[in-house]
Write a protein that binds this ligand. Structure first.
Ligand code: ATP
Length: 135
């Protein structure tokens, strides 16, 4: 089976680096499936799950908080503000972040940065979904 190298990098360091058979990602303009040899492409990602299909038929899921996917025929790079492989997600932390963000969004204070709270909520929900395999 043909494979392509996938690199997922954040400001905190590399999160994933391996040969895979297919990547499925959510760009801001829709879902894409990338196979080895794909034509070059750069696209911004949603706060979402990236699915990596391995050559042995197994799948790894990575929660990404946006960023970009850069596709070249022999290499796929994902650069994201933060990214976690499903099994490295701290569920309790994500649940606490979700609760905090929901409380901020419900408060009537003018001091709240709603956009920021909304993004924090999206990141938390995404992590919970990825951890629980609901992707
Ligand atoms: P929190 O409020 O819990 O910090 P956040 O969405 O603001 O959540 P980010 O700024 O996206 O956090 O990420 C900061 C760092 O913490 C990144 O390295 C990210 O991978 C890590 N991180 C955040 N939440 C989790 C989690 N639930 N499990 C594992 N790592 C996490």
């Amino acid at each position: 089976m043909k494979t392509v190298q996938v690199n997922i990098v954040t400001p905190d360091g590399p999160v994933y680096d391996s040969e895979i058979a297919m990547v499925i990602a959510k760009t801001v303009s829709g879902d894409i499936g990338i196979l080895p040899g794909h034509i070059p492409l750069v696209a911004p990602l949603q706060i979402s799950a990236v699915k990596l299909k391995l050559a042995d038929g197994s799948q790894k899921v990575v929660a990404v908080s946006g960023g970009f996917i850069e596709v070249r025929p022999d290499k796929i790079s994902i650069l994201a503000p933060s990214a976690e492989v499903a099994e490295n997600i701290d569920l309790a932390r994500a649940q606490a972040a979700k609760k905090r963000a929901e409380e901020r969004l419900q408060s009537k204070s003018d001091d709240i940065d709603f956009k920021r709270a909304e993004l924090a909520l999206k990141r938390a929900i995404n992590r919970i979904n990825v951890y629980e395999g609901r992707v």
